[in-house]
Design a protein around this ligand. Structure first.
Ligand SMILES: C[S@@+](CC[C@H](N)C(=O)[O-])C[C@H]1O[C@@H](n2cnc3c(N)ncnc32)[C@H](O)[C@@H]1O
Length: 261
């Protein structure tokens, strides 16, 4: 079994709990789009949007509620099954596709005004050049790409010590190896025991994969905070998390905008 298959099984262990949690939060109105993402989005009304790595579709539903015509993709069959259920419960129509994003070109032939992927995404991908070529293929001629994710620099530090104000480099920034972890998730529900693989890509790998695929980067923004569950240890007044010892000092997240060259 390769790393992607191992990750598919690991993520699948969280599907039901994610569905139950997001269902409850959507019903109570407490499930919101990451404010850092929403703040940067323009009017989505009537736009064709491709949402990659959608999990059980909660954010896809929020994008659809902003008026977008959403197609959403995840590689876990149960995520897609629960996402369809969640969309039905929330009375929105979304085209959910079960596919590895690397091989999405084998099952989808369409183009979009916006391709969006955010909050815990690129580290699960092991072939960024292929991912980027797919982005190019699925963008329409004036379509836009939006990525919002954990900052690769922040990800090199020991995740426990950083909360105590200690910067200890645990993972290399350059030539990062495939990390093998024994638990997965924890951003929305309790983490589960399951072997999984993660690769932190350095910033230049992300930018150059896109550049080589003829995606022109139009904007790159860095943040010292991120959405709840994605890192940090202290909540601000907007509900975003920052590191109390390193507020304003360390990049925790980034956003990237691109267009087809
Ligand atoms: C941290 S979650 C993304 C969270 C999502 N933004 C949300 O709010 O629920 C990562 C997602 O990527 C999916 N994923 C990981 N590798 C993938 C791949 N190669 N192709 C498609 N989906 C993948 C997982 O199934 C999981 O749902």
């Amino acid at each position: 079994m390769n790393e992607t298959e191992i990750n598919r099984i690991a993520w699948g262990k969280l599907s039901k709990e994610h569905f139950e949690k997001f269902n409850k939060d959507l019903k109570s109105g407490t499930k919101k789009l990451n404010p850092q993402v929403e703040h940067q989005l323009y009017d989505l009304n009537g736009l064709k949007v491709l949402h990659l790595q959608c999990n059980t579709g909660a954010d896809s539903i929020l994008l659809a509620k902003l008026g977008a015509q959403v197609t959403a993709v995840d590689f876990v069959p149960d995520n897609i099954k629960f996402a369809r259920e969640l969309a039905k419960e929330n009375e929105v129509s979304i085209d959910f596709i079960c596919s590895d994003v690397h091989t999405l070109d084998e099952v989808l032939d369409d183009s979009f005004d916006l391709i969006i992927t955010f909050d815990g995404v690129l580290g699960w991908l092991f072939d960024l050049p292929k991912w980027a070529r797919n982005i190019y293929k699925f963008l329409n001629s004036d379509g836009k790409l939006f990525v919002h994710d954990g900052h690769p620099y922040y990800l090199i530090f020991d995740e426990d010590l950083i909360k105590e104000g200690i910067l200890n480099v645990k993972y290399p920034y350059f030539n990062a190896e495939l990390e093998v972890h024994s638990t997965i998730g924890g951003y929305a529900t309790e983490a589960k025991e399951a072997i999984n693989h993660f690769r932190s890509h350095k910033v230049s790998d992300i930018i150059n994969a896109l550049a080589d695929a003829n995606i022109f980067i139009t904007k790159f923004v860095e943040f010292d905070r991120c959405d709840e569950g994605m890192g940090g240890d202290t909540k601000d007044e907007r509900g975003l998390m920052y590191l109390k010892h390193f507020e304003g000092k360390l990049p925790v997240g980034y956003s990237l905008w691109g267009t087809k060259r």
